[in-house]
Design a protein around this ligand. Structure first.
Ligand SMILES: [Mg+2]
Length: 263
């Protein structure tokens, strides 16, 4: 098959937490040597693109910041395109705040000033006070409520922790509102940005991921070639039983078997 670009999910595909998946480095280098444009796509909004470049390079995988797409970047792009500027209250971590600041948005410390946007992502220091500020900004100031992603859980080396959806649900519960936009996979927003950057059509795009409901769903929705690896969130039987939009075009044991997709 003739692919022009490849989108690689990170956790569960190239590494698990801090441990690289065996063969990941060689697979990325093979994809590059075949002339494919390589993109790294994660729903995680806690880190900056520079953090991911560093993490990948620690694992022997060279990457450039412009090849890394996160749900934090998506939120910042969207706001910049649509609103140009404004003040955001963030329930989220450094990656999200830094992308918003880099796009020219000011980050408010509380709802004691006029807030235009409440942007919610994974926040491992969530407090009652932050929720109260988000509630006030949305209910009293009519701030636009946006979510980076809707992942229910966060994979870690040993199991799972609460994901961004837990924070989004908390804000929804106390405001009676749903986010106006949720940017991460399975929303096609980031894949559309990648297609535009790569200058290719969906059928020329290969998407490799470990989750059916995010990676595979978004690839199938946009018409890209979806490949599931079994080194992450999905078991072999779950993969085989997947139906409709969740059904991968191809299942491989791990990224080390990338050759099976390319020939
Ligand atoms: Mg993953």
């Amino acid at each position: 098959m003739l692919f022009k670009a490849v989108v690689l999910d990170l956790d569960g595909v190239l590494y698990r937490g801090e441990n690289p998946i065996p063969g990941a480095r060689e697979a990325v280098s093979k994809l590059r040597s075949l002339g494919l444009k390589v993109y790294f796509l994660t729903n995680n909004s806690t880190k900056t693109r520079a953090d991911y470049v560093q993490k990948l390079s620690r694992m022997g995988i060279p990457a450039k910041e412009r090849e890394v797409y996160t749900s934090a970047l998506a939120a910042a792009h969207f706001l910049k395109e649509r609103y140009k500027k404004g003040v955001a209250f963030v329930i989220g971590e450094r990656g999200l705040k830094s992308e918003l600041k880099a796009s020219g948005f000011r980050i408010a410390r509380s709802a004691n000033e006029k807030i235009d946007f409440v942007v919610v992502g994974l926040d491992r220091s969530l407090t009652y006070e932050k929720l109260a500020h988000a509630q006030r900004a949305i209910r009293e100031q009519n701030a636009l409520f946006l979510a980076t992603n809707a992942d229910p859980t966060l994979p870690v080396e040993k199991g799972e922790l609460p994901g961004s959806a837990a924070m989004v649900s908390a804000v929804s519960a106390c405001t009676g509102r749903k986010p106006a936009f949720t940017f991460g996979k399975p929303n096609t927003f980031l894949l559309e940005c990648i297609l535009a950057d790569a200058g290719c059509t969906p059928s020329e795009l290969l998407v490799i991921g470990d989750r059916l409901a995010t990676d595979i769903a978004v690839a199938n929705k946009i018409g890209a070639y979806s490949v599931l690896v079994l080194t992450g969130a999905t078991s072999k039987s779950q993969a085989r039983n997947a139906k409709g939009i969740l059904k991968p075009k191809k299942i491989i044991n791990s990224i080390a078997e990338i050759g099976k997709v390319l020939c």
